[in-house]
Design a protein around this ligand. Structure first.
Ligand SMILES: [Zn+2]
Length: 210
């Protein structure tokens, strides 16, 4: 539990309140509704596949800094609290690898509890499939030490490829593009700024030659 002393909304000294079956840090001020439900964060990462001379390749970046300096993974990072998830993952892919790509669908996610290997906050890490648009891999040489498209054979032979990234690539390869959760629900979302809905859509398998 966070070590919070003052309300982040009104600066009143916090106390605890029993709510929803457990004691929670809450603000006692009459007009303030702040209650601390925990520390959460959202990570997002992109599987970007591109065919080169008939061989399907996946975009990977090599971390230049700790933790896990030297390890290879699909590009990604934390979503800002005021940023739509699709924009967050598209931004991370372009920032880290110089590739412009657009979200197709969500293929997998990982939930990890605070204090475990996932980090200090309880985290949901969303793995999206993105459609390649343009650009060649480039990197800043600092946060990212290298970037490139690699075939499955090459990835299998590389050292220090993050297991979660490999799993995400597999999830994308063994499913039809568009068969995961994709942005939709426009009618429901209408006039709700700040909402982005992801749902299932029927996919025309003939589109993919199966
Ligand atoms: Zn307050």
């Amino acid at each position: 539990m966070a070590n919070m002393k003052y309300c982040p909304r009104c600066a009143t000294e916090l106390s605890t309140r029993f709510d929803g079956g457990r004691d929670r840090i809450a603000c006692p001020a009459r007009d303030c509704v702040f209650m601390h439900f925990g520390d959460f964060s959202i990570g997002c990462a992109g599987v970007v596949l591109r065919e080169e001379e008939g061989i399907l390749k996946a975009l990977l970046v090599q971390r230049g800094q700790n933790p896990f300096a030297g390890s290879w993974q699909i590009p990604g990072g934390y979503a800002e609290h005021d940023e739509m998830l699709t924009l967050a993952v598209e931004r991370e892919v372009e920032e880290e690898a110089g590739i412009v790509a657009r979200v197709n669908d969500l293929v997998a996610l990982r939930h990890s509890l605070a204090g475990t290997i996932g980090g200090p906050s309880t985290n949901v890490y969303m793995i999206f499939r993105l459609d390649y648009v343009e650009g060649e891999p480039r990197h800043d040489g600092d946060e990212i030490a290298a970037a490139g498209f690699f075939s499955l054979e090459e990835i299998a032979a590389m050292e220090a490829v993050q297991g979660l990234s490999k799993w995400g690539i597999q999830q994308a390869l063994q499913t039809t593009p568009g068969s995961g959760l994709s942005v939709g629900g426009e009618d429901l979302r209408n006039n709700r700024a700040g909402w982005q809905l992801f749902g299932l859509e029927e996919v025309d398998l003939n589109m993919f030659g199966r």
